[in-house]
Design a binder for this molecule. Structure first.
Ligand code: AMP
Length: 618
């Protein structure tokens, strides 16, 4: 039985922890929760208003930000102070955006082309993170107003193709808005969750998520197995959506009344009213056969079949993307178990019909396509809140996992952000003749030296049969299973000796700790590189000294007395260099020793070869 608290100040019911799901969209954003009574995902809205908040920020003359419908009203009248599509700028530099610079009606700063973009409004500069944070703050305020309880924790969705920088930017925007972002979830994953797909441990499905919004199109192919969502491929067009349908209808109307486009091209208010009429027509035709309306003195009309024929080329382009995504995932349409529709433009009947025909099966469209991503984010939030204990959704490793190698260096086996479940292995060998054991220390973190990372486990791998140094092949394997448990196995491949351990709470770090570790790795990157180079040079130097020593002991007859003296001196010099923190000096001394020892190494080789030939009968 779940405990329910009552907030004495407001008199409202309070759950132990309310984690909201947020769809931070290019055009619209919204918040959803799992309804405390019905247990169903529900989009938050006030009375009968829409749950959608336009992702638009308008700044007034004093720099005050306004978000949503009120801001959208300024798109036409105050375009330079009204920011739309901030999501397209997340984690981008001006160079990334150059080809689409004409799309933005506000000032995107391009002075330093490789750093992240800034947007200039009046005499102030905003990063896309700040702009997104204004939207998130508005969503947070709305949610608190509706729920009458503080909202501080959230799951936020991002497109599957978002890279690390874009995901991090989204997380930072959440933090700026006063939200603790517990998880960044892929939009197609969220959409699947909203349809209840992937909620059962033994379920295995391959699904396509078709997302056609106002300005963007995405197709993602996902594989769901054991509660794990794997993105097999993504494709799409970042400038294709319902807005293009509207434009096609506008052109149709202008042709109908015989007005060439260039005549009204510069008349913003005429264009705007025609665009609104076109959008109304499009929406009407989603449920009716015919649309008619009045624009100025003209009667406009369009039938569903006329509409279908003008948008057909656009729908066809989305099918091409679907075909590419399938071929990238090495799948055929027959292997897709379900197709999920996301985005307002999938309400267009032709879209549903064409995509059903393409995949050869009826598409899933029963959940509101504008809300489906946020609803799924709420499902994920509920899982994180611990209300669905049987189910744990793990998607990526938060930090790199590796083992300690010579000189205290971190050797990464599974990098940060790798998909879970995951497996990786690498071969190591012994440093000393007859070495019978090897210490395997497992670390988590991004720094080059293990001493700066977090030790997860350590074990002594014993039973390596006696062999000369470098001969044993010890394969260390990491396996992270669907529950996020890491097991480490070491196996000597020549003898088959094997040992393994389980490393348990791998997720014991808080988000703050993970962030601090990442930040540290960036701040210390240069210093780490220098240390790594020094450690590597030292290791190499030590190995060369050992090999040379062994060689002299074994083959004294191959060296002249002069060579012996020279070698001893060079070895001493190298030994001395190893005690100093100078990588270049160590390398010079290694080179000098190599120079001296090369001739007798060659002689030894010749002796070995002629010896081998002697043994053979030709
Ligand atoms: P989204 O970006 O997902 O919010 O999608 C918004 C797009 O969906 C806009 O282009 C809307 O015009 C479009 N849209 C919303 N409702 C409908 C409808 N009933 N029929 C066709 N398109 C719609």
């Amino acid at each position: 039985m779940a405990k329910i608290g009552i907030n004495i100040a407001t008199g409202s019911l309070q759950q132990a922890e309310m984690i909201v799901g947020i769809d931070l969209g290019t055009t619209n954003s919204l918040v959803a929760i799992i309804h405390p009574e019905s247990g169903k995902p529900t989009a938050l809205k006030e009375f009968d208003s829409s749950s959608l908040v336009p992702s638009v920020v308008h700044f007034d003359g004093f720099g005050n930000a306004e978000v949503g419908d009120a801001a959208r009203a300024f798109l036409e009248t105050d375009p330079s102070n009204t920011i739309f599509s901030a999501k397209r700028l997340m984690g981008k530099s001006f160079n990334d955006l150059k080809s689409n610079a004409g799309f933005f009606t506000y000032k995107v700063i391009d002075d330093d082309t490789d750093s992240l973009v800034k947007i200039q409004v009046g005499d102030r500069f905003y990063s896309p993170i700040e702009l997104s944070s204004f939207i998130l703050k508005e969503l947070k305020n709305r949610a608190e107003h509706i729920l009458k309880t503080p909202v501080t924790k959230a799951v936020i969705t991002v497109p599957a193709y978002f890279n690390d920088a874009q995901r991090q930017a989204t997380r930072d925007a959440g933090r700026l808005a006063g939200l603790d972002v517990l998880r960044i979830v892929n939009e197609p994953t969220a959409a699947s969750l909203a349809y209840g797909l992937g909620l059962h441990k033994d379920e295995e499905k391959t699904i396509a998520v078709y997302d056609l919004g106002g300005g963007t199109f995405d197709i993602s192919i996902l594989k769901i197995a054991g509660g794990i969502f794997e993105v097999l491929s993504t494709n799409g067009d970042t400038y294709l959506g319902g807005d293009d349908f509207d434009r096609a209808v506008m052109e149709f109307f202008l042709q109908q009344v015989g007005i060439p486009f260039h005549e009204i091209k510069n008349d913003k208010s005429q264009l705007q009213s025609l665009r609104l009429m076109a959008e109304a027509a499009k929406k009407t035709l989603s449920s009716e056969e015919q649309f008619s309306g009045k624009w100025n003195e003209y009667n406009l009309s369009i039938s569903k079949s006329e509409f279908n024929s003008i948008i057909e080329p656009l729908v066809s382009r989305t099918k091409d993307c679907c075909a590419k995504a399938l071929s990238d995932a090495c799948l055929t349409v027959e292997q897709i178990d379900a197709v999920i529709m996301v985005g307002g433009s999938t309400r267009v009947p032709l879209v549903k019909e064409s995509i059903s025909a393409f995949f050869g099966k009826q598409v899933n469209d029963s959940v509101n396509p504008d809300e489906v991503v946020a609803l799924g984010a709420a499902v994920q939030a509920d899982i994180l809140a611990g209300n669905n204990k049987d189910f744990l959704l793990l998607d990526i490793t938060p930090l790199s996992l590796g083992i300690e190698t010579m000189g205290g260096l971190m050797d990464v086996l599974i990098p940060r952000n790798a998909k879970i479940p995951n497996r990786a292995s690498r071969q190591y060998t012994t440093q000393k003749d007859g070495q019978g054991s090897m210490r395997i220390s497992v670390f988590q973190g991004e720094r080059d030296l293990v001493q700066h990372n977090r030790k997860l486990a350590e074990f002594n791998f014993t039973g390596i049969p006696g062999m000369p140094a470098g001969l044993p092949k010890v394969e260390v394997s990491f396996l992270i299973n669907a529950d996020g448990i890491l097991s480490v196995t070491a196996k000597e491949l020549r003898s088959g000796v094997e040992q393994s351990i389980e490393v348990k709470p791998q997720y014991g770090l808080t988000d703050e700790e993970v962030e601090k570790m990442l930040l540290d790795s960036i701040t210390h990157a240069k210093e780490d590189m220098t240390t790594r180079a020094l450690v590597e040079a030292r290791t190499e130097g030590e190995q060369i000294l050992e090999v040379t020593e062994k060689f002299i002991a074994k083959n004294p007859e191959l060296l002249s007395s002069e060579e012996l003296v020279q070698t001893a001196a060079a070895m001493q010099n190298l030994q001395l260099a190893l005690t100093m923190d100078d990588k270049n000096l160590i390398q010079i001394k290694i080179e000098e020793l190599n120079e001296i020892s090369r001739p007798f190494a060659e002689r030894a080789m010749d002796a070995a070869v002629s010896g081998a030939l002697k043994g053979k009968k030709v």
